[in-house]
Design a protein around this ligand. Structure first.
Ligand SMILES: C[S@@+](CC[C@H](N)C(=O)[O-])C[C@H]1O[C@@H](n2cnc3c(N)ncnc32)[C@H](O)[C@@H]1O
Length: 310
């Protein structure tokens, strides 16, 4: 059975405005998910626009194939990561590329995928289920330092070390197997009164990012996908937390510069002039409209950045 993937894509109007898909254009969607953005791009580029797409989640790909059926013959989608798109999409061929990062609503909603602390499921969190490492492996096997680092770096969790120590102690008695078991453990460590977000939110985000190596893949992916753009082609990237947005922002700034330097320190005297590769279309990230947020609360933290190949 294909679960309900056909949710409304985040910041769709803004993405279409940025990419301006039209007949004859070639596009790529590196995070096809349920196919919402892909569907709109194919519809707007009828009758002969073309779309390359990928997603690392097999269930999402199956749902997308169904949703895109009516565009048969105008797209090619493969299961895989977007940093691998350059292995099969011709360089310099795309007029527009969209990346809608992070986890999808259907992934969150399917309890058995283990992404949500609100539903009981296995501590899994793998987007690509061919991968071996699961959230349960990290929670039950990583040492205190490693766990604290994950919670701190990927969740910006202030209680990272205390949570890590307590998890390592508790698992001596019994392994953490399920989402609720971990969420309830964190709830016991933090009085909930007055908290706006659930106390396990940041721990779950951190584990998900670690299991799927998300930040490294975004960095590698951006370096790979811009090479697919034709001159004047645009890249639109939607992120859902500050760690990802920062990577996109720094990537854009680096490729928009007319100079380069070695190492991490920019000493003006040591700069070498280079031709900029990208133009920033959005200097500041764009946020979804109030109307979209009230219709779809999960859009709340979305940020969109757009750049154009020179
Ligand atoms: C927010 S959803 C995309 C939703 C989609 N735009 C739609 O309209 O239905 C994010 C998707 O990106 C996928 N994903 C995350 N990181 C990825 C990566 N590095 N390569 C490929 N897919 C990735 C996830 O599996 C998930 O399906």
């Amino acid at each position: 059975m294909v679960p309900e993937f056909a949710h409304r894509p985040v910041m769709l109007a803004e993405v279409l405005e940025a990419l301006r898909p039209g007949p004859g254009g070639i596009y790529a969607d590196g995070t096809v998910g349920g196919g919402g953005h892909s569907e709109a791009i194919l519809a707007a580029s009828a009758p002969d626009g073309w779309l390359y797409g990928c997603d690392r989640d097999d269930v999402a790909m199956e749902a997308a194939r169904l949703r895109l059926r009516r565009f048969e013959g105008r797209f090619e989608i493969r299961r895989g990561r977007f940093d691998e798109l350059a292995d099969w999409v011709p360089p310099g061929s795309c007029n527009g590329i969209v990346l809608d990062l992070g986890v999808s609503s259907p992934q969150l909603d399917q309890a058995e995928r283990g992404f949500s602390f609100q539903q009981e499921g296995p501590l899994d969190m793998r987007m690509d289920r061919r991968q071996r490492l699961t959230a349960a492996d990290l929670v039950n096997e990583a040492d205190t330092g490693e766990l604290a680092k994950i919670f701190w770096e990927y969740g910006e969790e202030r209680e990272a070390r205390r949570f890590a120590r307590s998890i390592v102690e508790a698992r001596l008695t019994s392994r953490f197997e399920t989402t609720r078991q971990l969420a309830e453990h964190i709830e016991r460590l933090v009085p909930r009164k007055g908290l706006r977000v659930h106390p396990a939110t940041r721990v779950f985000q951190a584990l998900r990012i670690a299991v799927n190596d998300e930040l490294k893949l975004v960095e590698n992916g951006l370096d790979a996908v811009w090479t697919l753009l034709a001159p004047g082609g645009r890249l639109a990237v939607i992120t859902f937390h500050s760690l990802e947005d920062r990577i996109v922002k720094l990537f854009g700034r680096r490729l928009a510069r007319d100079y380069e330097f070695d190492g991490n320190v920019d000493v003006p005297e040591l700069r070498r002039p280079v031709a900029p590769k990208l133009k920033l279309i959005t200097r500041k990230a764009i946020q979804p409209s109030e109307a979209e947020i009230s219709e779809n609360p999960r859009a709340r933290s979305a940020q969109l950045r757009v750049m154009e190949r020179i």
